[in-house]
Design a protein around this ligand. Structure first.
Ligand code: CS2
Length: 489
């Protein structure tokens, strides 16, 4: 029997359910990219607010391409389980805040109509870094991106997130409807300002007036989002189904920790976020840098070096003290580049991150985090390296992480087994690594020359020599030994 509104009463009593009448809730948010992260993070906050009495902030969730989420959730009336796992056990909860799902690719006109509806006051996004169709190094729109080229030719049947947002904003402008707020919930540096720039630049290619209207009227608050949400596995689905006594085809599994910090700049109203523990601030930049440069940077470092050392998950990598010490080293080196509000305790924050990474109940695959490195390196690792060079500090710790990425994208592991490298630049990376061969002195300059990733930093001799030394060590000793030989400055 399937989880659904009709069967909700059959869920065991200890599992929290939506304690509100879902039939009375209307939608106020259209979310683009309804993957596991959104359903374990923002949708939980909205579920709390609906339980506390809000009625007009339900979510319409769209996948841009894949129909998996729609296929799984539609028969469940969009109900799904969040399983919160820690060493102490698992807590289950059914979330009801997603009212409807759709697939943009199947019916783009329907999605645009929903976004253009005046009831939609927020369009939020978790489309991953590459979904913004931008150049990661500069945060500018990549006007040559195939999806952007397509969307300019087919403005009413777009493919990309910027294409959908601009199509809907254009519709609202024509109808005299005020714009919605665009709320990026992806791990980009200055995600609000970045999405605003991308939307304005894309609109400029359609119409100068539209671009001006977007620049003047659309609010794009930046946000810092944090919750570790590994991809759901068949084993997770089976465990949740056993717990519920009902089949849930699309649960999400996550950790107890959750954090959402949002700039309080909404053009068309917002939910009473603070009531659900969301922090509203005037400027999210320091928190965003802190999270990207401490959490995500060390996550990526552990992912590449851990994968190369044969570890399947982050928790497994963390059982090796050398890797845990290295992750702390990444955090310590990044911390000195931050200027945080008084009272922020970065050592305590770092310790809590290491504890979260070590959560034995989460199977977060190193391979999953290793994906899309070309998009992730700049905000996570390269900004810190630039700042440290400016301050005359060593970049050796981060250089080993970047070298780990380089070794990883050669697509052959330390035992000669193939690595399935997923990256929008996978073709270019494969061509470069093939020509250069497994020689640090040739591979490092060839990869550092990719301007869209490294920009001017790639040509800095200090960068070149630090990464070359690190990659040479990785080739000579392997990841485990190279990490062991690493010493904090
Ligand atoms: C991870 C993030 O997949 C990745 O690249 O580093 O998804 C990370 O788990 C989240 O940002 C944690 O908030």
């Amino acid at each position: 029997m399937r989880l659904s509104s009709a069967n909700l009463d059959r869920v065991p009593g200890h599992v929290r359910r939506p304690g509100y009448d879902r039939t009375r809730v209307t939608s106020g948010i259209v979310h683009l990219g309804i993957g596991a992260f959104h359903r374990a993070h923002q949708a939980v906050v909205i579920d709390d607010l609906l339980a506390a009495g809000a009625t007009d902030w339900g979510i319409i969730g769209a996948s841009l391409r894949s129909s998996d989420t729609y296929d799984a959730l539609a028969p469940q009336d969009c109900l799904y389980t969040v399983a919160v796992r820690s060493g102490a056990g698992t807590e289950h909860r059914i979330i009801g805040s997603v009212l409807q799902t759709e697939v943009a690719k199947t019916n783009p006109a329907h999605l645009i109509a929903g976004m253009a509806d005046p009831a939609t006051r927020i369009v939020s996004l978790t489309v991953t870094e590459k979904g913004y169709c931008h150049t990661p190094q500069t945060s500018e729109l990549d006007a040559d991106h195939p999806d952007i080229v397509h969307d300019l030719a087919h403005p009413d049947a777009p493919r990309s997130a910027p294409g959908f947002i601009v199509a809907a904003l254009s519709r609202r402008r024509a109808a005299g409807v005020a714009p919605f707020t665009v709320l990026s919930c992806d791990n980009l540096s200055a995600n609000g300002r970045t999405v605003k720039r991308i939307l304005t630049q894309f609109a400029e290619l359609r119409s100068t007036e539209l671009a001006k209207w977007i620049a003047d009227k659309v609010a794009c608050p930046s946000t810092m989002v944090d919750r570790i949400v590994p991809e759901t596995t068949d084993a997770d689905r089976a465990a949740v189904t056993t717990e519920l006594g009902l089949t849930d085809a699309w649960p999400v599994v996550t950790e107890p920790f959750t954090q959402w910090i949002v700039e309080d700049d909404f053009a068309a109203g917002r939910p009473d976020f603070a009531r659900a523990g969301v922090q509203l601030v005037a400027d999210v930049t320091p928190f965003e840098h802190m999270k990207l440069r401490l959490l995500n940077a060390s996550h990526s470092a552990l992912a590449y070096l851990g994968y190369l050392a044969g570890h399947e998950t982050i928790a497994a990598t963390m059982t090796d003290d050398r890797f845990a010490a290295f992750a702390r080293g990444i955090m310590a080196d990044a911390a000195v580049t931050l200027s945080m509000p008084v009272g922020t305790d970065l050592p305590a924050y770092s310790t809590s991150l290491l504890e979260r990474f070590a959560n034995p109940a989460l199977r977060h695959r190193t391979w999953q985090i290793a994906m899309d490195g070309s998009q992730k390196l700049p905000p996570r690792l390269l900004g810190t390296m630039q700042d440290r060079l400016r301050q005359g500090l060593s970049i050796d710790t981060h250089a080993l992480a970047v070298a780990g990425w380089m070794r990883y994208v050669t697509a052959s592991d330390e035992n000669g087994q193939a690595i399935d490298v997923r990256d929008p630049l996978a073709g270019e990376l494969a061509a470069i690594t093939k020509v250069a061969g497994p020689v640090a002195e040739r591979l490092v300059p060839a990869l550092l020359d990719i301007r869209s990733i490294f920009g001017a930093l790639g040509t800095d001799p200090r960068m070149r020599s630090a990464v070359t030394r690190a990659l040479a060590r990785l080739y000579e000793q392997g990841s485990r030994q190279a990490v062991q030989a690493w010493r904090p400055e």
